[in-house]
Design a protein around this ligand. Structure first.
Ligand code: HEM
Ligand SMILES: *[C@@H]1O[C@H](CO)[C@@H](O)[C@H](O)[C@H]1NC(C)=O
Ligand SMILES: *[C@@H]1O[C@H](CO)[C@@H](O)[C@H](O)[C@H]1NC(C)=O
Length: 325
């Protein structure tokens, strides 16, 4: 009698271990109160530095939000995107999706990190600072707020290959977008909600030229507007707002644009192009509260993608480089 019971118990333990090991993204063991004893000040410090930056230039909020997405999609939310190139390890900043981008996003993270280190030396990871700063950016630009699960640790190496392959480009069709999100454990509903981040910030001509001159699922007036902002050749860096009506307001204007055939990126308009996400886009375009609550929930899910926890990785002292190097 005792032996089978023991075997059963052992089998159960093995099963629980196996199940616990499976969902890297789904149950990441993060918690909103992670710093409540070790660094309660972190919340106020991050909020204050982001607030000053966003008041000075709303674009910095957009830059931080995008950085968080680019971090989480490459080896999980581990601040790998923040690492500068070294001779031995080319970083992620040179990858197409990050290049030519917003260096002031990196500078702002440095400014926050300096303040956080002054308050709580060696305690708060760069990955958690990025997650908090992304939430505060959204909220300070007029969007929702949410409790950010914390306890991420920082990567000790970047993944330049991952940055080149795992972030879909602006020419992507819907299948590619859905697959890229599924590869990170995110659903097409997450894709629809998180793409609403394109209610703030800018894109370069390089990113929407093909849409301006070649797409046919675009309103004629908006096509003319895009061509005015982006010559058929040259002027790659000319920038246009992703949501022209309210470029620095975190609202549901992005979805109203899509319904009107006025998405700036080809990948944006793919969400509303007689496909399976049309209904969600219509819902978000008509109901800002539904968008806000889905966006907040999806940001938490994005933040749960493959973090390092426990004693994995490290708490970097300088977000641009691994410790002791
Ligand atoms: C669904 C797939 C996505 C694609 C294909 C995509 C692509 C792009 C592209 C091409 C740009 C403009 C880059 C440039 O021309 O300089 C951009 C900007 C931006 N993206 Fe995305 N993106 C996607 C998803 C997301 C997500 C999930 C977020 C955040 C949750 C996000 C946040 C932003 C923000 C805030 C900007 C503006 C940045 C600035 O003004 O500096 N994007 N995106
Ligand atoms: C304010 O924004 C401008 C334009 O982005 C930038 O050049 C400047 O460094 C910012 N100043 C501060 C104090 O953040
Ligand atoms: C880098 O990212 C790629 C694509 O996701 C992945 O296959 C590879 O294992 C990653 N490399 C490292 C060292 O983590």
């Amino acid at each position: 009698m005792a032996v089978p019971r023991l075997l059963l118990a052992a089998a159960l333990v093995l099963l629980l271990l196996a199940v616990g090991a499976l969902p890297r993204g789904a149950d990441a063991q993060l918690s909103a109160g992670f710093y409540s004893a070790s660094c309660p000040a972190v919340h106020g410090v991050v909020r204050q530095v982001v607030s000053q930056a966003v008041m000075n230039d709303s674009r910095s909020g957009a830059a931080i939000l995008r950085l968080f997405y680019h971090d989480c999609f490459v080896n999980g939310c581990d601040a790998s995107v923040l690492l500068d190139d070294t001779p031995a390890t080319p970083g992620e900043k040179g990858a197409g999706a990050n290049a030519g981008g917003s260096t002031f996003g990196f500078d702002l993270i440095d400014a926050i990190k300096t303040q956080v280190e002054a308050a709580c030396p060696g305690t708060v990871s760069c990955a958690d600072i990025l997650a908090l700063a992304a939430r505060d950016s959204v909220n300070l630009l007029g969007g929702p707020s949410w409790a950010v699960p914390l306890g991420r640790r920082d990567a000790t190496f970047p993944n330049a290959t991952g940055a080149a392959t795992d972030l879909p480009g602006p020419g992507s069709d819907l299948d590619r977008l859905v697959a890229a999100f599924a590869a990170k454990g995110l659903t097409s509903r997450d894709l629809a909600a998180l793409s609403g981040a394109h209610t703030v910030g800018m894109a370069r001509c390089l990113s929407f030229r093909a849409r301006a001159y070649c797409d046919d699922n675009v309103s004629p007036a908006f096509a003319a507007q895009m061509r005015g902002a982006c010559p058929a050749s040259g002027g790659d860096d000319a920038a246009a707002p992703l949501d022209a009506a309210t470029p620095s307001e975190f609202d549901n204007g992005y979805y109203r644009n899509l319904v009107a055939g006025a998405g700036l990126l080809h990948s944006d308009q793919e969400l509303f192009n007689n496909g399976p996400l049309d209904a969600l886009v219509r819902l978000y375009s008509a109901n800002g509260a539904a968008f806000s609550s889905d966006f907040a929930a999806s940001m938490v899910r994005l933040g749960n993608v493959g973090p390092l926890t426990g004693s994995a990785g490290e708490v970097r002292l300088d977000c641009r480089k691994v410790n002791s190097s």
